[in-house]
Ligand binder design. Structure first.
Ligand code: S3P
Length: 180
């Protein structure tokens, strides 16, 4: 079965949102960013959800959204960096209708992209150390669920998107007149 969904996982700042949006445009699929859906449903920002319901509350909401989105029409799905910590999410990503690409980058690059962003509550305090620890803690889970890994450290968004689609085996329409 050709996978219906392309799912992007990886640490904060690895490019899941930027590349997911572009990949969806290129392949004519809908694009879903689970963080966006969770916040919209809750009518709260992500930091507000963490403050009121804790990380556990956020993970429950996130896990429900992932299940629902993957039961829907074909999509490119950008997951939050910690979605893979939920066993239910990992189990769903193992299904045959999903191809998962793990986006990663050097710690310095990740930190440069997300450092100082107040929208990422798990980076409160010593954000750089938190980012490094979370990335290390979750590495095995990313490796476990992913079919391919793409290092985006030195790739521009358009090039990264092409590399990701190729790694995922997702066909993109070529220029007009080009044989498929
Ligand atoms: C989180 C990553 C965030 C968001 C939330 C928690 C994490 O998503 O889901 O702040 O646990 O790594 P991004 O990876 O899109 O920043």
């Amino acid at each position: 079965m050709r996978p219906r969904h392309l799912v992007l996982v990886g640490p904060m700042g690895s490019g899941k949102t930027t590349i997911g949006r572009r990949a969806a445009t290129l392949t004519g699929r809908r694009w879903v960013d689970t963080d966006e859906v969770v916040a919209e449903r809750a009518a709260m920002t992500i930091p507000e959800i963490f403050a009121r319901e804790g990380e556990a509350g956020f993970r429950r909401r996130e896990s429900d959204v992932v299940a629902e989105v993957l039961d829907g029409p074909p999509a490119v799905v950008s997951l939050g960096g910690g979605a893979v910590t939920s066993p239910a999410v990992r189990a769903r990503l193992a299904a045959a209708d999903v191809v998962v690409v793990w986006l990663d980058a050097d710690l310095e690059v990740l930190w440069h992209r997300v450092g100082g962003d107040p929208g990422r509550p798990l980076l409160a305090g010593d954000g750089r150390a938190r980012l490094e620890a979370l990335r290390r803690e979750r590495e095995a889970w990313y490796a476990d669920v992913a079919h391919a890994r793409v290092d985006t450290s030195s790739l521009e968004p358009d090039e990264a998107t092409r590399v990701v689609l190729e790694a995922a085996g997702v066909p993109t329409p070529g220029p007009v007149g080009e044989a498929p």
